[in-house]
Design a protein around this ligand. Structure first.
Ligand code: ZN
Length: 288
């Protein structure tokens, strides 16, 4: 089972050994540092698993968290999204009666992809905040301080829009899903619906969005020269918009003659929960 924790929601997903989603559910539940949150989350998971055919076959629960995680010390070093620093994961782990593992949300989303397909790749997680991860030789690259892949806080527009991290002009302020929904739409679905109905304001916003995303993609391709997987909530929709995005990317990148390196994500929803769950498959395979 995979659980995706965000500031205001919990996403739960049951994944079988063929990496297929058996069941998924999203519940509104505000994150809090109180122990009651851990207890409530465990009871939510228990309820979710309630009608599982063979509960003894559950390998474990992988939990994805939007923040920097120190797995050895069971600690969230820092999470802007959850507004926590040096948060111990011990209570959360103890609340469950099965093996539990924790993973950064973007890393988990990367792990949801078939790592045999991608030897080297970047994963852009275009959710309400912009996460990133990348693997080299099929292994996640963490960096010296586990901060590698923070593409959301690379400056895209000097002095530009304010980012939640406190800086101005970060890629997050332009390429996260919230850049599309801010001010007018409650959900990305609502925005995409307006776009599909030809709403001119939505069309203008979308064109601007693709333009900024193209700059980010082009910069990442220059730096890493590897496949770039478009994931997260927006990534799920981008499969239908690859031609206009590709045209914009080509305008900025004179070094590639096509955009075959741009890939669409496998899981349009709850990729982080799937990837966190798949941790136990990798562990099982390693132990065979
Ligand atoms: Zn930022």
């Amino acid at each position: 089972m995979g659980i995706r924790i965000t500031a205001n929601h919990v996403g739960m997903t049951l994944v079988n050994m063929r990496s297929e989603i058996e069941k998924t559910e999203r519940v509104r539940m505000k994150f809090s540092q109180e122990i009651s949150y851990c207890v409530e989350l465990a009871s939510l998971a228990k309820k979710f698993l309630g009608d599982m055919d063979e509960p003894d076959k559950l390998l474990g629960i992988g939990i994805s968290i939007p923040g920097i995680i120190n797995q050895e010390q069971h600690l969230v070093v820092k999470s802007h999204a959850l507004q926590i620093e040096n948060y111990s994961l011990n209570f959360l782990e103890q609340a469950f009666s099965c093996p539990v593992c924790f993973e950064n949300d973007a890393n988990a989303a990367m792990l949801a992809e078939d790592i045999n397909q991608y030897q080297d790749a970047i994963y852009l997680s275009l959710n309400n905040t912009l996460g990133g991860a990348f693997c080299i030789d099929r292994k996640l690259f963490a960096g010296q301080n586990r901060k590698a892949g923070e593409f959301g806080h690379m400056i895209l527009v000097p002095g530009g829009r304010k980012c939640y991290c406190g800086k101005k002009g970060c890629a997050d302020a332009y390429c996260a899903a919230s850049a599309l929904t801010a001010g007018r739409y409650e959900t990305l679905e609502q925005f995409m619906e307006a776009l599909s109905h030809g709403n001119s304001e939505a069309e203008k916003k979308w064109a601007e969005y693709l333009d900024h995303l193209a700059v980010l993609i082009s910069n990442l391709r220059m730096a890493y020269d590897m496949d770039i997987i478009l994931g997260g909530e927006v990534g799920g929709y981008l499969a239908d918009h690859m031609i206009p995005l590709g045209e914009k990317v080509m305008e900025y990148n004179g070094f590639d003659c096509d955009i075959r390196y741009l890939k669409n994500c496998t899981y349009r929803k709850e990729a982080s929960a799937v990837g966190a769950a798949k941790h136990f498959f990798y562990e099982l395979i390693r132990n065979i």
